[in-house]
Write a protein that binds this ligand. Structure first.
Ligand code: DHB
Ligand code: FE
Length: 307
């Protein structure tokens, strides 16, 4: 078929309304359908291939992996780049900490702590201990007291509490309010990288694309304060094999802090710990909020548990 015929067929199907449509939804769906008709024709997609794809989408939904696949195909990072662009166009102050993808594994309702927190429940006594601290400031470096630092990360097997029901509730998840000097600090364990469920549909598609489904070790943050733009970001831990090869494309310059490892007895005693530990210092800078720029905190469905 030629493009003109395909376009005629698609518009025949799109003009069967019996009542006013939502024009935005209709315009987008019409376009997606037309583009897919063209894909089917250009690649001579067989009916068997088409129904395989339909089954795949069903399985993706049933396994709750739709939002796992989107970062793997680059959508989440693409949306970040578009938001960056809109902020630049609106003249939002440069110098803020770069955003990067939220991922699908946030859970609302984590315990709120003042100034400092311990994230791990103490059951993992093998992993390297992590002490992380820093400040929340504006883009001029002025500390923001009372900012909220929501932090979440995976355990030593790359799994997240709530989604991994073997972990205690809110393990490795806390909300920390910064002190008078804008400081936060926490103790936790050094997380391992994350891998897509090996038997799931996301990994099956990645295999067909000749790709892995691994992320470098990372720690997620939502940072917010009244009057400032909310920040969704992550830090990546240096030295990880996948640091610059993240299947979710979330690694960005400025988000890989230095991490120091401490093993000698005097350092351990000073910290009051009985095994090796790592330290990271990382500051978050937030631009002031400006009217008329799209929200940086994206409304989307998230898991939530009453604290
Ligand atoms: C995915 C997992 C993560 O831990 C994350 O931060 C981002 C994406 C995923 O499975 O797609
Ligand atoms: Fe993650």
């Amino acid at each position: 078929m030629n493009k003109e015929q395909i376009s005629q067929i698609a518009s025949r199907f799109s003009s069967t309304q019996i009542k006013p449509a939502n024009t935005r939804v209709k315009a987008i769906v019409d376009r997606v359908v037309l583009d897919l008709f063209n894909v089917i024709d250009d690649f001579d997609v067989t009916p068997e291939e088409f129904w395989t794809a339909v089954d795949f989408l069903g399985e993706l939904g049933r396994s709750h992996e739709v939002a796992l696949l989107t970062p793997g195909l680059g959508f989440d990072h693409f949306l970040d780049l578009r938001l960056d662009e809109k902020e630049r166009a609106a003249g939002i102050a440069a110098g803020g900490t770069p955003r990067t993808i939220e991922g699908p594994l946030y859970v609302a309702g984590a315990p709120v702590c003042q100034g400092e927190a311990r994230l791990d429940d103490g059951t993992d006594d093998k992993s390297e201990i992590l002490f992380m601290d820093g400040r929340v400031t504006d883009t001029q470096g002025k500390p923001i007291a009372g900012a909220l630092v929501e932090v979440w990360h995976a355990n030593a097997r790359g799994n997240y509490s709530y989604f991994d029901q073997t972990q205690s509730p809110f393990n490795l998840r806390r909300s920390i309010v910064t002190d008078k000097e804008g400081r936060y600090r926490f103790r936790s364990i050094v997380p391992c990288g994350y891998g897509c469920p090996p038997e799931g549909p996301t990994q099956r598609l990645l295999d067909l694309l000749g790709r892995h489904g691994q992320r470098p070790a990372h720690i997620h943050f939502f940072v917010s304060a009244p009057g400032y733009r909310q920040l969704t970001t992550q830090i990546n831990l240096p030295g990880d094999k996948y640091l610059n090869d993240d299947f979710a494309f979330a690694t960005r310059e400025g988000l890989v802090p230095e991490m120091e490892h401490h093993v000698d007895g005097a350092a351990l005693r000073k910290k009051g710990v009985d095994r090796r530990f790592a330290t990271i210092t990382f500051d978050f800078a937030l631009p002031k909020s400006i009217a008329g720029v799209p929200n940086s905190l994206i409304a989307r469905t998230r898991a939530a548990v009453a604290a």
